[in-house]
Ligand binder design. Structure first.
Ligand code: TXA
Ligand code: MG
Length: 338
Protein backbone atom coordinates (compact mmCIF):
# COMPACT_ATOMS: atom_id res chain seq x y z
CA UNK A 1 0.00 0.00 0.00
CA UNK A 2 1.32 3.47 -0.95
CA UNK A 3 2.21 5.52 2.15
CA UNK A 4 0.62 8.96 2.48
CA UNK A 5 1.22 11.70 4.98
CA UNK A 6 -1.29 11.52 7.83
CA UNK A 7 -2.74 14.74 9.22
CA UNK A 8 -4.67 15.09 12.48
CA UNK A 9 -7.25 17.85 11.93
CA UNK A 10 -9.90 19.42 14.12
CA UNK A 11 -13.41 18.75 12.83
CA UNK A 12 -13.84 22.50 12.20
CA UNK A 13 -10.87 22.64 9.81
CA UNK A 14 -11.06 19.08 8.46
CA UNK A 15 -14.68 18.13 7.81
CA UNK A 16 -15.11 19.42 4.22
CA UNK A 17 -11.79 17.88 3.20
CA UNK A 18 -12.68 14.63 4.92
CA UNK A 19 -15.96 14.41 3.02
CA UNK A 20 -14.09 15.03 -0.27
CA UNK A 21 -11.54 12.34 0.63
CA UNK A 22 -14.32 9.80 1.23
CA UNK A 23 -16.13 10.73 -1.98
CA UNK A 24 -12.91 10.24 -3.94
CA UNK A 25 -12.65 6.71 -2.59
CA UNK A 26 -10.24 7.46 0.26
CA UNK A 27 -10.18 6.65 3.97
CA UNK A 28 -10.88 8.92 6.93
CA UNK A 29 -10.51 8.13 10.64
CA UNK A 30 -13.17 9.75 12.79
CA UNK A 31 -14.44 9.82 16.38
CA UNK A 32 -17.59 8.09 17.60
CA UNK A 33 -18.96 7.87 21.13
CA UNK A 34 -17.52 4.34 21.46
CA UNK A 35 -14.10 4.25 19.76
CA UNK A 36 -12.54 5.84 16.65
CA UNK A 37 -13.58 4.36 13.28
CA UNK A 38 -11.68 3.97 10.00
CA UNK A 39 -14.22 4.86 7.34
CA UNK A 40 -14.83 4.44 3.62
CA UNK A 41 -18.00 4.81 1.54
CA UNK A 42 -19.92 1.57 2.01
CA UNK A 43 -20.98 1.29 -1.64
CA UNK A 44 -17.40 1.59 -2.94
CA UNK A 45 -15.74 -1.83 -2.98
CA UNK A 46 -12.29 -0.53 -3.83
CA UNK A 47 -12.39 1.98 -0.96
CA UNK A 48 -13.62 -0.70 1.43
CA UNK A 49 -10.73 -2.98 0.49
CA UNK A 50 -8.33 -0.19 1.50
CA UNK A 51 -9.69 -0.48 5.05
CA UNK A 52 -8.74 -4.16 5.23
CA UNK A 53 -5.26 -3.37 3.85
CA UNK A 54 -4.62 -0.44 6.22
CA UNK A 55 -5.62 -2.41 9.32
CA UNK A 56 -4.16 -5.74 8.24
CA UNK A 57 -7.66 -7.10 8.87
CA UNK A 58 -8.58 -10.71 8.08
CA UNK A 59 -10.65 -10.72 4.89
CA UNK A 60 -13.34 -12.88 6.53
CA UNK A 61 -14.22 -10.25 9.16
CA UNK A 62 -17.17 -8.00 8.16
CA UNK A 63 -17.43 -4.24 8.84
CA UNK A 64 -20.15 -2.16 10.50
CA UNK A 65 -21.97 0.34 8.26
CA UNK A 66 -22.64 3.66 10.00
CA UNK A 67 -25.90 5.36 9.09
CA UNK A 68 -27.53 8.72 9.76
CA UNK A 69 -30.91 7.36 10.79
CA UNK A 70 -33.56 4.68 10.44
CA UNK A 71 -34.46 5.50 6.83
CA UNK A 72 -30.85 5.12 5.70
CA UNK A 73 -30.59 1.83 7.59
CA UNK A 74 -33.75 0.52 5.92
CA UNK A 75 -32.35 1.43 2.51
CA UNK A 76 -29.41 -0.95 3.05
CA UNK A 77 -31.10 -4.12 4.28
CA UNK A 78 -33.93 -6.58 3.80
CA UNK A 79 -36.30 -7.55 6.60
CA UNK A 80 -36.33 -4.38 8.72
CA UNK A 81 -39.10 -5.52 11.06
CA UNK A 82 -40.90 -4.41 14.19
CA UNK A 83 -37.94 -5.54 16.37
CA UNK A 84 -35.46 -3.51 14.35
CA UNK A 85 -37.74 -0.50 14.45
CA UNK A 86 -38.20 -0.66 18.22
CA UNK A 87 -34.51 -1.25 18.95
CA UNK A 88 -33.42 1.62 16.70
CA UNK A 89 -36.03 3.97 18.13
CA UNK A 90 -34.88 3.11 21.63
CA UNK A 91 -31.10 3.02 21.25
CA UNK A 92 -30.10 5.09 18.18
CA UNK A 93 -28.09 7.15 17.97
CA UNK A 94 -25.95 5.01 20.25
CA UNK A 95 -23.76 1.95 20.82
CA UNK A 96 -25.93 -0.73 19.18
CA UNK A 97 -25.09 -2.45 15.87
CA UNK A 98 -27.95 -4.44 14.34
CA UNK A 99 -27.16 -7.36 12.02
CA UNK A 100 -29.76 -7.78 9.24
CA UNK A 101 -29.76 -9.26 5.75
CA UNK A 102 -28.03 -6.84 3.39
CA UNK A 103 -29.24 -5.66 0.00
CA UNK A 104 -27.24 -4.79 -3.13
CA UNK A 105 -26.48 -1.24 -1.96
CA UNK A 106 -23.93 -2.63 0.50
CA UNK A 107 -20.84 -3.85 -1.29
CA UNK A 108 -20.24 -7.57 -0.68
CA UNK A 109 -16.71 -6.84 0.60
CA UNK A 110 -18.14 -4.77 3.48
CA UNK A 111 -19.71 -7.95 4.80
CA UNK A 112 -16.77 -10.18 3.87
CA UNK A 113 -19.17 -12.01 1.55
CA UNK A 114 -21.72 -12.77 4.28
CA UNK A 115 -25.39 -12.24 3.40
CA UNK A 116 -25.86 -9.85 6.33
CA UNK A 117 -24.73 -6.35 7.32
CA UNK A 118 -24.22 -4.72 10.72
CA UNK A 119 -25.84 -1.25 10.92
CA UNK A 120 -25.33 1.42 13.54
CA UNK A 121 -26.19 5.09 13.98
CA UNK A 122 -23.36 6.62 16.03
CA UNK A 123 -23.97 9.29 18.64
CA UNK A 124 -21.27 11.74 17.68
CA UNK A 125 -21.74 14.98 15.75
CA UNK A 126 -18.56 14.50 13.69
CA UNK A 127 -19.50 10.98 12.59
CA UNK A 128 -23.01 12.13 11.72
CA UNK A 129 -21.69 15.12 9.74
CA UNK A 130 -19.48 12.79 7.68
CA UNK A 131 -22.46 10.53 6.95
CA UNK A 132 -24.55 13.55 5.91
CA UNK A 133 -21.80 14.54 3.50
CA UNK A 134 -20.79 11.15 2.10
CA UNK A 135 -23.65 8.69 2.77
CA UNK A 136 -23.39 5.34 4.59
CA UNK A 137 -19.86 4.74 5.89
CA UNK A 138 -18.31 1.31 6.47
CA UNK A 139 -15.97 1.53 9.44
CA UNK A 140 -14.27 -0.88 11.80
CA UNK A 141 -12.33 0.42 14.79
CA UNK A 142 -9.35 2.49 13.57
CA UNK A 143 -6.57 0.30 15.07
CA UNK A 144 -4.19 -2.21 13.53
CA UNK A 145 -5.97 -5.56 13.65
CA UNK A 146 -5.68 -7.30 17.00
CA UNK A 147 -4.55 -4.14 18.87
CA UNK A 148 -6.70 -2.40 21.48
CA UNK A 149 -9.22 -0.07 19.82
CA UNK A 150 -8.29 3.62 19.64
CA UNK A 151 -10.03 6.00 22.03
CA UNK A 152 -8.22 9.19 20.95
CA UNK A 153 -6.71 10.57 17.74
CA UNK A 154 -3.16 9.85 18.92
CA UNK A 155 -3.93 6.11 19.21
CA UNK A 156 -5.10 6.09 15.58
CA UNK A 157 -1.91 7.88 14.56
CA UNK A 158 0.26 5.32 16.39
CA UNK A 159 -1.32 2.48 14.39
CA UNK A 160 -2.18 3.99 11.02
CA UNK A 161 0.27 6.83 10.28
CA UNK A 162 1.03 6.69 6.54
CA UNK A 163 -2.06 4.58 5.90
CA UNK A 164 -4.86 7.14 6.32
CA UNK A 165 -4.61 10.74 5.07
CA UNK A 166 -6.95 12.38 7.60
CA UNK A 167 -7.71 11.74 11.26
CA UNK A 168 -10.49 13.96 12.60
CA UNK A 169 -9.69 14.70 16.23
CA UNK A 170 -12.78 14.66 18.41
CA UNK A 171 -10.93 14.28 21.71
CA UNK A 172 -11.33 11.25 23.98
CA UNK A 173 -14.24 8.90 23.21
CA UNK A 174 -17.01 9.10 25.77
CA UNK A 175 -17.58 5.36 26.25
CA UNK A 176 -14.21 3.85 25.30
CA UNK A 177 -15.50 0.34 24.46
CA UNK A 178 -17.12 -0.79 21.18
CA UNK A 179 -20.84 -1.12 20.44
CA UNK A 180 -23.11 -4.01 21.30
CA UNK A 181 -23.56 -6.27 18.23
CA UNK A 182 -26.98 -7.97 17.99
CA UNK A 183 -28.07 -10.29 15.16
CA UNK A 184 -31.76 -9.96 14.30
CA UNK A 185 -31.53 -11.39 10.78
CA UNK A 186 -33.25 -14.58 11.94
CA UNK A 187 -36.17 -15.28 14.30
CA UNK A 188 -33.97 -15.59 17.43
CA UNK A 189 -31.94 -12.50 18.40
CA UNK A 190 -28.30 -13.38 19.13
CA UNK A 191 -25.71 -11.26 20.92
CA UNK A 192 -22.25 -11.31 19.31
CA UNK A 193 -20.59 -8.62 21.37
CA UNK A 194 -21.63 -6.95 24.65
CA UNK A 195 -21.34 -3.16 24.62
CA UNK A 196 -22.96 0.01 25.88
CA UNK A 197 -26.48 -1.35 25.38
CA UNK A 198 -26.86 -4.18 27.90
CA UNK A 199 -28.42 -7.61 27.49
CA UNK A 200 -31.18 -6.63 29.93
CA UNK A 201 -31.98 -3.52 27.90
CA UNK A 202 -32.19 -5.63 24.73
CA UNK A 203 -34.35 -8.27 26.40
CA UNK A 204 -36.77 -5.60 27.60
CA UNK A 205 -37.45 -4.79 23.93
CA UNK A 206 -37.15 -8.12 22.06
CA UNK A 207 -37.57 -10.79 24.75
CA UNK A 208 -35.17 -13.73 24.74
CA UNK A 209 -31.66 -13.02 23.43
CA UNK A 210 -29.18 -15.87 22.91
CA UNK A 211 -25.53 -15.17 23.73
CA UNK A 212 -23.29 -16.51 20.97
CA UNK A 213 -20.55 -19.02 21.78
CA UNK A 214 -17.27 -17.12 21.85
CA UNK A 215 -18.57 -14.19 23.91
CA UNK A 216 -17.89 -15.54 27.40
CA UNK A 217 -15.64 -18.46 26.56
CA UNK A 218 -13.23 -19.26 23.73
CA UNK A 219 -14.55 -20.90 20.58
CA UNK A 220 -13.26 -24.47 20.43
CA UNK A 221 -10.96 -25.27 17.53
CA UNK A 222 -12.86 -26.27 14.41
CA UNK A 223 -16.20 -24.81 15.58
CA UNK A 224 -17.92 -22.21 13.43
CA UNK A 225 -19.45 -18.97 14.70
CA UNK A 226 -21.71 -16.53 12.87
CA UNK A 227 -19.63 -13.46 13.77
CA UNK A 228 -16.06 -13.93 12.54
CA UNK A 229 -14.72 -11.31 14.99
CA UNK A 230 -15.29 -13.87 17.75
CA UNK A 231 -12.55 -16.07 16.32
CA UNK A 232 -9.82 -13.48 16.01
CA UNK A 233 -7.34 -12.40 18.69
CA UNK A 234 -8.60 -9.02 19.84
CA UNK A 235 -8.31 -6.12 22.22
CA UNK A 236 -4.90 -7.25 23.40
CA UNK A 237 -1.57 -5.52 23.99
CA UNK A 238 1.76 -7.16 23.11
CA UNK A 239 2.30 -7.80 26.84
CA UNK A 240 0.72 -10.97 28.22
CA UNK A 241 -2.41 -10.15 30.21
CA UNK A 242 -3.10 -12.08 33.44
CA UNK A 243 -6.63 -11.49 34.73
CA UNK A 244 -8.13 -11.96 38.20
CA UNK A 245 -11.81 -11.87 39.08
CA UNK A 246 -13.77 -12.44 42.28
CA UNK A 247 -13.11 -11.33 45.87
CA UNK A 248 -11.17 -8.03 45.66
CA UNK A 249 -9.02 -8.56 48.77
CA UNK A 250 -7.97 -12.01 47.52
CA UNK A 251 -7.23 -10.53 44.10
CA UNK A 252 -4.92 -7.92 45.63
CA UNK A 253 -3.02 -10.63 47.55
CA UNK A 254 -2.57 -12.75 44.42
CA UNK A 255 -1.61 -9.76 42.30
CA UNK A 256 1.11 -8.96 44.80
CA UNK A 257 2.60 -12.45 44.82
CA UNK A 258 2.39 -12.68 41.03
CA UNK A 259 4.07 -9.29 40.71
CA UNK A 260 6.83 -10.30 43.10
CA UNK A 261 7.57 -13.60 41.37
CA UNK A 262 7.62 -11.97 37.92
CA UNK A 263 10.00 -9.27 39.22
CA UNK A 264 12.20 -11.97 40.72
CA UNK A 265 12.26 -13.69 37.32
CA UNK A 266 13.67 -10.48 35.83
CA UNK A 267 10.72 -9.55 33.61
CA UNK A 268 8.69 -6.35 33.52
CA UNK A 269 5.15 -6.64 34.95
CA UNK A 270 2.78 -3.69 35.38
CA UNK A 271 -0.46 -3.68 37.34
CA UNK A 272 -3.81 -2.36 36.15
CA UNK A 273 -6.14 -2.24 39.10
CA UNK A 274 -9.72 -1.04 38.65
CA UNK A 275 -11.01 -1.75 42.15
CA UNK A 276 -11.63 0.52 45.12
CA UNK A 277 -9.10 -1.25 47.40
CA UNK A 278 -5.68 0.40 47.60
CA UNK A 279 -2.82 -1.35 45.79
CA UNK A 280 0.41 0.07 47.16
CA UNK A 281 3.03 -2.19 45.65
CA UNK A 282 4.62 -2.43 42.24
CA UNK A 283 4.19 -0.33 39.15
CA UNK A 284 0.45 0.23 39.41
CA UNK A 285 -2.14 2.24 37.51
CA UNK A 286 -5.41 2.42 39.30
CA UNK A 287 -8.82 3.60 38.09
CA UNK A 288 -12.35 3.03 39.19
CA UNK A 289 -15.62 2.75 37.31
CA UNK A 290 -16.81 4.36 35.09
CA UNK A 291 -13.44 5.86 34.08
CA UNK A 292 -11.95 2.37 34.11
CA UNK A 293 -13.82 1.26 30.98
CA UNK A 294 -13.12 4.54 29.24
CA UNK A 295 -9.38 4.38 29.96
CA UNK A 296 -8.94 0.63 29.55
CA UNK A 297 -7.59 0.51 25.98
CA UNK A 298 -5.39 3.57 26.49
CA UNK A 299 -3.86 1.87 29.47
CA UNK A 300 -3.10 -1.34 27.56
CA UNK A 301 -1.37 0.77 24.90
CA UNK A 302 0.66 2.54 27.58
CA UNK A 303 1.75 -0.82 29.03
CA UNK A 304 3.26 -1.69 25.65
CA UNK A 305 4.96 1.69 25.40
CA UNK A 306 6.50 1.10 28.83
CA UNK A 307 7.90 -2.17 27.54
CA UNK A 308 5.85 -4.28 29.94
CA UNK A 309 6.08 -8.03 29.48
CA UNK A 310 2.98 -8.73 31.61
CA UNK A 311 -0.14 -6.78 32.54
CA UNK A 312 -1.64 -7.93 35.84
CA UNK A 313 -5.30 -6.95 35.56
CA UNK A 314 -7.91 -7.01 38.32
CA UNK A 315 -10.61 -5.22 40.25
CA UNK A 316 -12.86 -4.91 37.24
CA UNK A 317 -16.52 -4.07 37.72
CA UNK A 318 -18.02 -7.51 37.03
CA UNK A 319 -21.46 -6.01 36.40
CA UNK A 320 -20.09 -4.32 33.25
CA UNK A 321 -20.46 -7.15 30.72
CA UNK A 322 -18.66 -5.24 27.97
CA UNK A 323 -15.61 -4.60 30.16
CA UNK A 324 -15.58 -8.20 31.42
CA UNK A 325 -15.73 -9.44 27.82
CA UNK A 326 -12.83 -7.22 26.66
CA UNK A 327 -10.76 -8.17 29.71
CA UNK A 328 -11.36 -11.88 29.05
CA UNK A 329 -10.37 -11.46 25.43
CA UNK A 330 -7.29 -9.38 26.26
CA UNK A 331 -6.26 -12.23 28.56
CA UNK A 332 -7.07 -14.86 25.93
CA UNK A 333 -9.71 -16.15 28.41
CA UNK A 334 -7.00 -17.05 30.95
CA UNK A 335 -8.66 -15.90 34.17
CA UNK A 336 -7.99 -16.78 37.79
CA UNK A 337 -11.21 -16.69 39.84
CA UNK A 338 -10.68 -16.16 43.57
O1 TXA B 1 -18.41 0.80 18.40
C1 TXA B 1 -18.16 0.18 17.37
O2 TXA B 1 -18.84 -0.76 16.99
C2 TXA B 1 -16.97 0.67 16.52
C3 TXA B 1 -17.26 2.06 16.01
C4 TXA B 1 -16.21 2.56 15.04
O3 TXA B 1 -18.53 2.09 15.43
N1 TXA B 1 -16.72 -0.26 15.44
C5 TXA B 1 -16.16 -1.48 15.64
O4 TXA B 1 -16.00 -2.20 14.47
O5 TXA B 1 -15.84 -1.89 16.72
P1 TXA B 1 -15.13 -3.55 14.40
O6 TXA B 1 -15.07 -3.89 12.95
O7 TXA B 1 -13.86 -3.35 15.09
O8 TXA B 1 -16.01 -4.62 15.12
C6 TXA B 1 -17.19 -5.09 14.49
C7 TXA B 1 -17.55 -6.45 15.01
C8 TXA B 1 -16.60 -7.52 14.55
O9 TXA B 1 -16.37 -8.42 15.60
C9 TXA B 1 -17.36 -8.20 13.40
O10 TXA B 1 -17.02 -9.57 13.27
C10 TXA B 1 -18.81 -8.01 13.82
O11 TXA B 1 -18.86 -6.78 14.49
N2 TXA B 1 -19.68 -7.93 12.63
C11 TXA B 1 -19.71 -6.94 11.70
N3 TXA B 1 -20.59 -7.24 10.73
C12 TXA B 1 -21.14 -8.42 11.05
C13 TXA B 1 -22.10 -9.28 10.42
N4 TXA B 1 -22.68 -8.96 9.26
N5 TXA B 1 -22.41 -10.45 11.02
C14 TXA B 1 -21.82 -10.78 12.20
N6 TXA B 1 -20.90 -10.03 12.84
C15 TXA B 1 -20.56 -8.87 12.27
MG1 MG C 1 -12.21 -3.71 16.05
Amino acid sequence: MKERETRILTPEEGLPEAVRELRMGGLVAFPTETVYGLGAIAADGEAVRKIFAAKGRASDNPLIVHVGGIDMAKSLCVGWDERAQRLAEQFWPGPLSLVLRRNARVHADVSAGMPTVALRMPKHPVALALIRGAGPIAAPSANSSGKPSPTCAQHVYEDLAGKVPIILDGGHCERGLESTVLDIAGPHPTLYRPGGVTLAQLQAIVGDVAVSPGVNQPVLAGNKVSSPGLLHRHYAPVAKVKLWMGDPAAQVRQLQSSWESLKAAGVQPVILWMGAEPVDFGNCRSWQSPQAAREYYGWLRLADQLGATHVLLGGIDETDAALVNRALRSADFQVTRV
